[in-house]
Design a protein around this ligand. Structure first.
Ligand code: FAD
Length: 468
């Protein structure tokens, strides 16, 4: 008879649930007796994923989609039988607010890096000097110490100058990390640019060369969106994942406060209510601040995640179509830090994701809260709404009240990947391997904050525990 193994999974966000799925998949495929218990502190599964579904609307409080090229997530969606529910975004012009006016992001700008001369030369976003400084990238030598981690800001400022960074790259990238670009680790967030610089020296030339060539085709083809989501919202993925798992293996409303190693090498997870679960392995997917409290403080490297995760809030508003007299075509805009607005970005949700909104309505979703100023997130719903409506009036000329709105706060929700992140993760994992073999750390604090990164992190944790 094969040996029994039990895995305890802490946290029931996407990472925890994906880990549970992979444990079960491993057991089914190998016939080995591996079981799991997932312990979730709140009454609800999904963590940051939280969809509101009402009156034909599908509105996300947290993430709304994921990068399609990271296929591990799509594979898992297929595994849980939701492939037919996948939907990609409508593409369209994106804008950037500069001097309180919306400007199209110059055509050919990839993550803010110009790859086409004319749109960049003619955009009013940058001064002549700013454009000339960006062109310096074409002759600037590559870094001699390319493998030393530096900040994203440092890297791009050196190659393209401050203007392109402050007015284009920073607003685009900080939407993903809600962090300070001059502290964000290049190695851990955008390692592809290190490779581009190594290979092509110039970012502009490198990005130009690495863009897929347009296929010549007789019929003009519709551009496919780079993001995917599910018609019923991302919570439908959480529901399908949990349905695929044995009900009695998932416990909600149980806060883990301690994990101790027993004399026989197994682990006991102890809950706030006094109950406990014993297992051979533990996969930890709780937010870093909580994880640090659950385990001995001395295991965690000094200085790692010292900057608190950023808090953000989103406001989803539904308007009558006729009330939103807005002529620009496109999918939304981002805002540079220098602008005096409360909102940091706005997605024209009903255009980008038409399935989310009943006909006759327009849904706008605005983000508030920056790394350097998060006070607004803690204001009342009414105060946040008024500030957002004031901004929308000034930016888009929207002078109507929404039919309804939802303010969603995500407190301390965006882990900050600062310079040295990768080294810290390595050190932390080495310490855990030595002191607590059988305990694996996975999820947003370590291997990327995107949903596919979290799924991949769960898969790696299960693989390293069960198959190596
Ligand atoms: P979490 O979702 O935080 O799950 C951790 C779980 O642990 C929670 O359920 C929590 O209740 C539980 N827990 C906490 N304490 C305990 C305890 N003591 N005992 C037991 N359980 C506990 N990513 C994208 O790819 N695309 C996007 O569009 C996108 N947009 C985002 C928008 C916002 C506003 C935010 C905040 C994030 C966004 N992200 C996006 C990032 C992504 O949503 C997260 O990185 C990801 O959901 C994190 O998943 P996780 O399972 O690692 O952590």
């Amino acid at each position: 008879m094969s040996e029994r193994k039990h895995v305890i999974i802490l946290g029931g966000g996407i990472t925890g649930l994906a880990a549970a799925f992979y444990v079960q998949k491993y057991a089914n495929e190998t016939g080995k007796q591996v079981t799991f218990t997932l312990l979730e502190g709140s009454e609800r599964l999904g963590g940051k994923i939280d969809t509101i579904r009402e009156d034909g609307y599908v509105l996300e409080r947290g993430p709304d989609s994921y990068l399609a090229r990271k296929t591990v997530m799509t594979d898992l969606i297929h595994d849980v039988g939701l492939a037919d529910e996948l939907v990609s975004n409508e593409t369209g012009q994106a804008y950037i607010l500069h001097n309180m006016k919306l400007h199209p992001i110059p055509e050919g700008a990839v993550m803010g890096i110009p790859t086409k001369v004319m749109p960049f030369a003619f955009t009013p976003l940058f001064s002549l000097a700013g454009k000339a400084r960006a062109g310096y990238d074409l002759v600037l030598p590559k870094r001699s110490d390319a493998d030393r981690d530096i900040s994203v800001g440092h890297f791009f400022r050196r190659r393209l100058g401050d203007q392109v960074v402050d007015r284009l790259i920073e607003p685009l990238l900080s939407g993903i990390y809600a962090g300070r670009i001059d502290r964000l680790s290049l190695q851990s967030t955008f390692p592809q640019f290190i490779e581009t610089e190594k290979k092509y020296r110039s970012l502009i030339l490198g990005m130009k060369k690495s863009q897929p060539q347009k296929q010549k085709s007789l019929k003009p083809q519709k551009k496919k969106g780079a993001f995917l989501t599910l018609k019923g919202g991302l919570s439908s993925f959480i529901e399908a994942l949990s349905k695929a798992l044995p009900e009695d293996s998932i416990k909600t409303g149980v806060k883990v406060q301690d994990v101790v190693r027993l004399e026989d090498g197994t682990y006991s997870a102890q809950m706030e209510d006094g109950s406990s679960v014993i297992g051979d392995h533990v996969i930890v997917t709780t937010p870093y601040g909580i994880t640090k409290k659950i385990f001995d403080e001395s295991l965690f490297p000094v200085g790692f995640h010292d900057t608190k995760p950023t808090s953000v809030a989103t406001v989803a508003m539904s308007f009558n179509e006729e009330d939103v007299n807005f002529s620009l075509d496109g999918t939304g805009f981002v805002i540079a830090k220098s602008e005096k607005t409360s909102i940091t970005a706005c997605t024209w949700t009903s255009r980008k994701w038409p399935h989310t909104t009943p006909k006759g309505s327009v849904v706008l979703r605005c983000y508030v809260g920056r790394a350097e100023d998060q006070d607004i997130v803690h204001e009342t719903d009414e105060v946040i709404l008024e500030k957002v409506l004031d901004d929308l009036k000034r930016i888009m000329g929207v002078d109507a009240r929404p039919k309804f709105y939802h303010v969603s706060r995500m407190i301390d929700s965006m882990p900050q990947y600062e310079v040295g992140h990768k080294e810290h993760v390595k050190k932390l994992r080495t310490t855990f391997n030595e002191k607590l073999p059988g305990v694996k750390l996975a999820g947003a604090p370590y291997d990327g904050v995107g949903l596919p990164d979290c799924v991949n992190s769960a898969r790696m944790a299960v693989e390293s525990l069960l198959t190596r």
